[in-house]
Design a protein around this ligand. Structure first.
Ligand SMILES: C[S@@+](CC[C@H](N)C(=O)[O-])C[C@H]1O[C@@H](n2cnc3c(N)ncnc32)[C@H](O)[C@@H]1O
Length: 278
């Protein structure tokens, strides 16, 4: 059940509503879908037995996928409590609860010891925190020497983006997506002391994203999410106001794909010591 929790971290009220709404519907996504997740897996050298942290795991799709397909042990964290409940439900249903655990945490302040994970990944998450460099430093701190930090994040393809596109991403959508250029993202990895930086930037294709969503959740899952979202809308006036505002203001700009894409950015933690260079 969604409640009006106190604002968390630097999230705006609107952003919290956006993620509560997505959690209640049981549906989250990232650009590039499964293909982009597999790209991160390959570039981060994730394989059988890898211990992986998925920051901003949403409803737990990627952690469950990593356990099932690659035989990893995964910890998923998310700032939103309802997302974590959904992730636990999913892991239980998919029979992977022994290898996938979940807890509430902010990307900017991770509750793990230094040098814990073989890889830390985020998929459409690091575009949200106010202090992205702090978040990437945290990812690096909890990664083992020789391990990888991999991001799949919203990326400006062309600068400067027109004001209507910045407004759409940063406010009209409901959540404040704050994309960077590919140099900006790569700079954050370098700023955290990571090396061997790999950058793969791609365009977003709306039709492919929609197909991927159906592939990810299935028609049954999409209908269930729609039903949950509609019933939340019907019973909660705060969410009705939120949805009406987003619908009114959030008309997708025609030239969005020209400016907004996504990128996979991977860096390796220096093998020579825990905190060196960070
Ligand atoms: C667009 S969803 C992507 C979820 C998931 N990675 C996926 O691909 O389905 C973004 C997620 O990031 C989480 N999030 C936003 N800010 C965060 C922060 N500062 N720390 C941790 N999680 C955060 C949200 O609660 C939400 O679940």
């Amino acid at each position: 059940m969604v409640n009006m929790m106190a604002q968390k971290s630097d999230q705006t009220e609107s952003e919290q509503h956006f993620f509560d709404f997505a959690a209640e519907a049981g549906l989250t996504k990232h650009f590039g879908g499964l293909e982009a997740t597999e790209e991160l897996v390959e570039l981060c050298n994730i394989g059988e037995g890898s211990y992986v942290l998925d920051v901003g795991c949403g409803v737990g799709q990627t952690p469950c996928f990593l356990v099932k397909k690659y035989g990893c042990r995964v910890v998923g964290v998310d700032i939103n409590e309802r997302m974590i409940e959904r992730s636990r439900e999913r892991a239980g249903k998919e029979g992977v609860a022994d290898s996938a655990e979940f807890r509430v945490a902010d990307a900017q302040d991770l509750p793990f010891e230094d040098d814990t994970f073989d890889a830390v990944i985020t998929e459409s998450v690091t575009a949200f925190p106010e202090d992205k460099q702090k978040a990437v430093r945290e990812y690096t701190r909890v990664t083992k020497p020789g391990g990888y930090v991999g991001l799949n994040e919203a990326t400006w393809l062309k600068m400067p983006p027109p004001p209507e596109i910045v407004a759409w991403a940063s406010q009209d959508l409901g959540a404040q997506v704050k994309p960077l250029t590919s140099d900006g993202w790569a700079g954050l990895l370098e700023g955290a002391g990571l090396t061997h930086i790999v950058v793969n930037v791609r365009e977003v294709r709306a039709r492919r994203e929609a197909k991927e969503l159906i592939h990810r959740y299935g028609y049954g899952g999409m209908l269930r999410s729609l039903y949950r979202a509609l019933s939340l809308y019907a019973r909660n006036p705060v969410y009705r106001r939120f949805v009406k505002r987003v619908r009114k203001e959030g008309i997708t700009p025609d030239n969005l794909e020209e400016y907004l894409g996504y990128g996979v950015f991977v860096g390796r933690k220096w093998l020579g010591g825990a905190s060196s260079g960070i």
